[in-house]
Design a binder for this molecule. Structure first.
Ligand SMILES: *Cc1c(COP(=O)(O)O)cnc(C)c1O
Length: 479
């Protein structure tokens, strides 16, 4: 680029387009209905400002080959920047993605995808006026979330249930209601951090409870609990250390014995189960996940768990337990702060209906993905690879192979479980794995894949059959 004198700079600056000039271009006019006038003006100003700054410091790049600036070339350049800024903004919206990572409960990708029945309940029932707090039978005010709560109580064998914003809220609420100003007895092995910002000791402090830690990181005995009980004890807390596992020389009392101790001493036993399986998932390798029915049967007074982990529904904190305790929580002012909206109740009702019907394993996506066998995945992946071969152009630079790999449960559940899977391993004659992964991420919809040993891996376990066609189209376009 030629060096510009001050005088030539100011003469170029005079050629910069105005907002009206930009609005006059066909490309910009086409965007206007989607962007809206006010937002358009703001983006147009930013685009013109960036060009102006670059002219002033002599670094502007003309998008054409010419090095001389004209009114027209600056208009084209500014309009291009405006279009690009809008594209980036549009792409930053909440978007559907194809999860090719094999991580079933992917927290960054929104944890559990919803079942058809949950989606139907949201779209067809709750998104309109609905019976959130209305009893059509009597024409009077009804109880909020009653059916979802009744289903939850029935499915877990608990006397009563209550639904709040998430499991962190549930833990905070339970501790606030029952242990504020009192000691909460918890094993050192369970003082865990779940995700970046949920730490059991911090939630305890925040709720006004006093942490009474007992035992050691790897071993805590029933007698440790017994010795810690005093007049100031509020409850015994059992936390499922969801995202990590202590192996080797370990010991922790079972829930039945803890419940018996709590009963004898007149204390509440509260279990924060975290993921909380509604079904026994032993046969899929999830041997350490607490099954909520078992926790209730063992005598826990209150159990809390997430709605969007292994349950396979939407974000929510589910509290089940003794009626007296649950009603006490419901009457606390903090419940009003942490309650959920109609969309959440609808999603949970739709999800829980599948459990009631006995169809959870086939109809709830996370359970379906968890229970699919390696043989089925092998078959599906080979068929997919065959379709890709059939439709790829001759001399395509995209290479792929079907390989053995392992999936991840995710969402802070079952850290030691890595279900066997079969992946499509991609490489490209002209693109690095990093570039290939980036191109997939920038496709429509974005395909989120992982890189292992210089291959980009596609795990069909976390991709629904409906998405396969889209994925095939995207891969074909990589040429
Ligand atoms: C995941 C988890 C939480 C937090 O649940 P959210 O629904 O994400 O708030 C709390 N406790 C345990 C043990 C967990 O595993």
């Amino acid at each position: 680029m030629e060096k510009q004198t001050t005088e030539s700079k100011s003469s170029i600056l005079r050629l910069l387009p105005s907002i009206d000039d930009l609005l006059g271009t066909e490309a910009a006019r086409a965007l206007l209905p989607e962007i809206g006038r006010k937002r358009f003006i703001s983006l147009a100003r930013n685009a013109a400002d960036s060009v102006r700054r670059e002219i002033q410091n002599g670094s502007v790049q003309n998008s054409g080959s010419s090095t001389t600036f004209s009114r027209e070339s600056l208009l084209t350049e500014t309009a291009a920047r405006l279009g690009n800024a809008w594209l980036i903004e549009r792409n930053s919206r909440l978007r559907r993605v194809i999860n090719a990572t094999g991580v079933i409960i992917h927290t960054n990708l929104g944890r559990a995808p919803l079942s058809k029945s949950a989606i139907k309940a949201i779209v067809e029932e709750a998104s309109s006026y609905c019976t959130l707090e209305y009893d059509v039978e009597t024409g009077t005010r009804g109880k909020r979330g009653a059916r979802a709560e009744n289903l939850l109580a029935e499915l877990t064998g608990a006397e009563s249930a209550l639904i709040v914003n998430n499991c962190a809220a549930a833990a905070f609420l339970v501790l606030t209601v029952f242990a504020s100003g009192r000691e909460v007895i918890v094993s050192r092995g369970e003082l865990v951090e779940i995700g970046g910002d949920f730490r059991i000791p911090d939630v305890l402090t925040q709720s006004g409870a006093i942490l009474k830690e007992i035992g050691t990181t790897n071993r805590t005995k029933l007698s440790d609990y017994e010795k810690a009980i005093s007049d100031n004890s509020g409850m015994i807390l059992r936390v499922h250390p969801s995202n990590y596992k202590i192996v080797g020389f370990t010991e922790t009392p079972n829930l039945t014995d803890l419940a018996e101790l709590a009963r004898q001493k007149g204390l509440l036993l509260y279990e924060d189960a975290g993921s909380g399986a509604m079904l026994d998932l032993n046969r899929f390798g999830l041997t350490d996940e607490p099954v909520i029915t078992d926790s209730i049967a063992a005598g826990a007074d209150i159990v809390s768990f997430s709605g969007d982990k292994l349950l396979g529904g939407t974000q929510a904190g589910l509290i089940v337990g003794r009626e007296e305790s649950v009603e006490k929580i419901r009457k606390h002012p903090m419940y009003r702060v942490l309650r959920v909206d109609k969309l959440t109740y609808a999603a949970l009702e739709g999800t829980l209906d599948e459990y009631s019907r006995g169809t959870a394993l086939t109809k709830i996506p996370v359970l379906k993905m968890l229970s699919v066998s390696k043989a089925e995945l092998d078959e599906r992946t080979r068929q997919f690879a065959q379709k890709l071969t059939d439709s790829s152009r001759v001399n395509s630079d995209l290479e792929f192979a079907v390989i053995d790999a392992s999936s991840v449960v995710g969402g802070g559940s079952a850290p030691a479980v890595q279900p066997d899977t079969v992946n499509l391993a991609l490489s490209h004659a002209k693109l690095s794995p990093v570039k290939l992964e980036q191109m997939l991420r920038n496709s429509e919809p974005p395909v989120i894949a992982r890189i292992l040993e210089d291959k980009v891996l596609i795990d069909l376990r976390t991709i629904s059959e409906n998405e396969e066609g889209e994925l095939l189209d995207i891969l074909r376009q990589l040429k």
